[in-house]
Design a protein. Structure first.
Length: 109
């Protein structure tokens, strides 16, 4: 169950990064709503990360959490914010994902 908490926490990290990015490109009340979404996603992500670290070692949990967030945010940047999707970015994104999966497999929990 701890790994599920950790994965969902990583997804909420993607959510708070996305909300922060959207708040930069909007104005007025729409920007405020994106900032509220940022706060909600941040709180949920932190609570789930805290829950996951009760079972999973902090080093592994933090690396996986930030990896999910980083990989997902790069993908969101490419899809929503027109960031480049060149060969090198995709290669290193794949290496990051492989590293996250590798940490799961070598974890004793």
């Amino acid at each position: 169950m701890a790994w599920i908490y950790l994965i969902v926490a990583g997804l909420f990290e993607i959510g708070f990064a996305t909300c922060l990015g959207k708040s930069r490109v909007t104005t007025g009340s729409l920007s405020v709503w994106w900032l509220i979404g940022f706060g909600v996603c941040l709180i949920i992500s932190m609570l789930l990360l805290m829950r996951a670290t009760q079972v999973i070692p902090i080093g592994t949990a933090y690396a996986v959490w930030t990896g999910i967030g980083a990989a997902g945010t790069v993908l969101i940047g490419m899809l929503l914010f027109n960031e480049p999707a060149d060969f090198w970015r995709l290669l290193f994104l794949i290496l990051l994902i492989v590293s996250i999966v590798g940490l799961k497999f070598v974890s004793s929990h």
